[in-house]
Design a protein around this ligand. Structure first.
Ligand SMILES: [Zn+2]
Length: 173
């Protein structure tokens, strides 16, 4: 079923081209970026909740027949962390253009398409911090957290993710 879905997506939306257009910032790579991006898409298409759930499928004979299906959860995590924003946005734009051209994005009956901006907090902790952490004082104790903002176009049949940016701490000099 997943293989048929991917074939359909490739035919209708040129998924293969979208995936191979994504780059990353690794100095050397053993696993192609396209394999990692395909594995992540598989995770979403199969509605799996985590990279570890995806990795558990690697031993299934039917799964092994599909291309790019033996990427470990650790490798996916490392590569996704260094994906190139510009190439991701270019692929996203190609996907939007294909979906518009194929009339797969249906405007609501009033004809207006909303742009929804939404903030998400991915995690918070009192124990660890990285260079990108935001900080807040909770009852005298510093809490570290990450927050991002997403922009989506709201169609009648689909919400199309336009972009996402991490909120950064503004340095005042
Ligand atoms: Zn952090």
């Amino acid at each position: 079923m997943l293989e048929r879905l991917l074939r359909y997506a490739d035919k209708q939306l040129h998924f293969g081209e979208l995936v191979t257009g994504v780059r990353d910032h690794r100095r050397w790579s053993h696993v192609p970026t396209a394999d990692v991006v395909t594995a992540v898409l598989d995770m979403f298409f199969a509605r799996l909740g985590s990279l570890n759930a995806l990795e558990k499928l690697n031993h299934l004979p039917a799964w092994k027949k599909l291309p790019a299906r033996s990427v470990s959860a650790d490798t996916i995590g490392r590569v996704v962390d260094v994906l190139d924003d510009g190439s991701l946005r270019a692929s996203q734009k190609m996907l939007y253009t294909s979906m518009k051209r194929n009339k797969q994005l249906v405007a609501p009956s009033h004809g207006l398409i909303a742009l929804a901006l939404d903030g998400h907090e991915s995690h918070c902790t009192y124990n660890q911090r990285c260079q990108g952490c935001l900080e807040r004082d909770i009852d005298g104790k510093i809490q570290y957290y990450h927050r991002n903002v997403t922009a989506q176009l709201i169609f009648d049949n689909f919400s199309f993710l336009v972009d996402m940016e991490e909120q950064r701490l503004e340095k005042v000099s």
